[in-house]
Design a protein around this ligand. Structure first.
Ligand code: PRP
Ligand code: URA
Length: 211
């Protein structure tokens, strides 16, 4: 598995505002979207393209366009939804599928409560979006789901990750083509399996507490 951790002062600056507990939801949502757009630049470095002949006003030339089938972007509900706009802004012709997952805060096991994806992902490059990679249970389950549907390649984009989460994804990926793009690698998990220093509950900070 390939792991890319962003190393850019603008990302660290935006992350600092995002982490601050005083940052209100509208600013938090805006920053999640902006961070996603910055991380998308790294995450799509290997996106498949094919040659395209065009004519400029001056001369014919050969450029590229996204290959078919177009990439599939999969935000993990709820919190991943906050990243969606930032990704599709950069790749507007991508298709979007949805996975709804919730971590049981006692057992830390994820359950999948919603799924809206093509029946076959054969030949597809998939981009999974979830801001938080904590124990890694939710993302590992999402990646497994996509490979079972036939995905060719999975790139996961997380705003914050932990060493424990990265190791969970590494063993879940095995020899399969998985790339993990992180905005930052934090210290680890606290006794409630929250990321430290982290930013708290991403879903709640984006959309409010639903109990
Ligand atoms: C959060 C987060 C991840 C998961 C990370 O979602 O967005 O999906 O927890 O934890 P893990 O790595 O230990 O599995 P949550 O289950 O709180 O749902 P939400 O997005 O609806 O708030
Ligand atoms: N889910 C979150 O939203 N935040 C954490 O720190 C861990 C899991």
């Amino acid at each position: 598995m390939r792991v890319i951790t962003a190393d850019h002062p603008l990302i660290t600056h935006k992350l600092t505002v995002l982490r601050n507990r005083l940052t209100p939801p509208p600013t938090f949502r805006q920053l999640v979207e902006e961070l996603m757009t910055l991380l998308a630049y790294e995450a799509t470095r290997e996106v498949r393209v094919r040659p395209l002949e065009i004519e400029t006003p001056v001369a014919p030339t050969v450029g590229v366009r996204l290959s078919d089938p177009v990439p599939l972007v999969v935000p993990i509900l709820r919190a991943g939804l906050g990243m969606l706009e930032g990704m599709v802004k950069l790749m507007p012709t991508a298709e979007v599928g949805f996975l709804g997952m919730a971590r049981d805060e006692q057992t830390l096991q994820p359950t999948t409560y919603a799924e809206r994806l093509p029946d076959s992902l054969s030949g597809r490059q998939c981009f999974v979006l979830d801001p938080m990679l904590a124990t890694g249970g939710s993302l590992a389950a999402a990646i497994e789901f996509l490979f079972e549907r036939g995905a060719d390649e999975v790139t996961a984009v997380c705003i914050l990750g932990t060493p424990e989460g990265v190791e969970t994804i590494r063993s879940a990926a095995g020899e399969r083509p998985v790339t993990l793009v992180l905005g930052a690698l934090d210290q680890g998990l606290n006794e409630h399996a929250y990321i430290v220093p982290g930013l708290g509950d991403a879903g709640d900070r984006l959309y409010g507490t639903i109990g």
